[in-house]
Design a protein around this ligand. Structure first.
Ligand code: NAD
Length: 297
């Protein structure tokens, strides 16, 4: 049993913290949203009055926040969390943020004598709940070995892809492919429906054919095709459109930094941006299908 501070209890962080509590750890939790804290406390977490309070005596600190500015804002600067974390504690940031931002925070942690890894995740809210996430880790190998038992309590697959920041690069590559595939799947199903096809039958066919993907099988964008997909509950509770938009923006930045060409990634960023401007930013990113068929989806 370890004392773990967990900061950021949203769609992902909440179930991840609950899985650590279920594994027998003392999980000291904090979120700016009281209802998010309450949900984890009801499942075995211990409420902390602030992030500083949560990390006070913690052996492991885990954060799961929306974006770079939240992570830098939490850890760095005067009054930042790094100053308050106990000597010898291990810091794990599982948020998806800019690789440069992950490196900056890890360097500041190292300057304080703390080991830190970036460990963004894949697997969605269903994977967070089931404890089957994939962790994509950047940082020193010995820090990953210290983190491994905790990551295993929340996930199934762990990949060490390089030094600090490398986990974020790999995660952006995955999400760029996902953003493109989801938009393409929504477009394809919309075309079929425009011709009178049944979205469910079309999706079942695609799911055993070469158009198969996570978007057809797990998070189908068409309402009613998959009972547990966000599309079947008004696109609520999944991976927010604006989080995908953020990740594609980070992918574009990463491409510019290396002079790489990502034409489909840039197109996809614009599609999720338009979906956001149409008022769907808070919905699951599969709501991008609304751009192709207003009536059905
Ligand atoms: P979310 O918006 O549901 O949750 C973020 C939580 O952080 C909120 O509860 C918010 O109140 C809290 N928060 C923000 N600033 C804080 C602060 N300073 N102190 C304490 N709490 C703070 O987001 P999410 O869907 O859980 O995603 C979190 C991260 O995981 C993002 O970087 C996202 O890109 C990534 N991610 C999400 C999914 C997904 O399917 N939702 C999948 C993989 C990765």
């Amino acid at each position: 049993m370890s004392r773990i501070a967990f900061i950021g209890l949203g769609n992902m962080g909440g179930p991840m913290a609950i899985n650590l509590a279920k594994a027998g750890h003392q999980v000291q939790v904090f979120d700016l949203s009281a209802s998010a804290v309450d949900a984890v406390v009801a499942a075995g977490g211990v409420a902390a009055a602030s992030a500083h309070d949560a990390v006070n005596d913690a052996q492991v600190v885990i954060s799961m926040l929306p974006a770079s500015r939240h992570v830098e804002g939490l850890y760095l600067g005067e009054g930042g969390l790094l100053a308050a974390i106990a000597d010898g504690a291990l810091v794990i940031d599982s948020s998806t943020i800019a690789p440069a931002s992950a490196q900056k925070v890890a360097q500041a942690a190292a300057a304080r004598g703390l080991q830190m890894i970036d460990a963004p995740v894949s697997g969605g809210t269903a994977g967070a709940q089931a404890g089957t996430l994939t962790f994509i880790v950047g940082g020193p190998a010995d820090a990953l070995e210290r983190a491994r038992p905790y990551l295993q309590d929340m996930g199934k697959n762990i990949f060490h892809v390089g030094g600090n920041g490398a986990g974020q690069v790999a995660k952006l590559c995955n999400n760029m492919a996902l953003g493109v595939i989801m938009a393409a799947t929504g477009e394809a199903i919309s075309l079929g429906v425009a011709h009178g096809l049944d979205a469910g039958v079309l999706s079942q066919m695609m799911a055993v054919s070469t158009g198969r993907s996570w978007a057809t099988e797990v998070c189908n964008p068409w309402p009613g095709v998959l009972e547990n997909a966000p599309s079947s509950r008004g696109y609520s509770g999944g991976f927010g459109n604006d989080l995908m938009l953020k990740d594609l923006g980070l992918a574009v930045e990463a491409a510019v930094a290396k002079g790489a060409s990502i034409p489909l990634g840039e197109l996809a960023r614009n599609l999720y941006s338009i979906n956001s401007q149409q008022g769907n930013g808070g919905l699951d990113f599969s709501s991008v299908v609304k751009l192709f068929n207003k009536e059905g989806a």
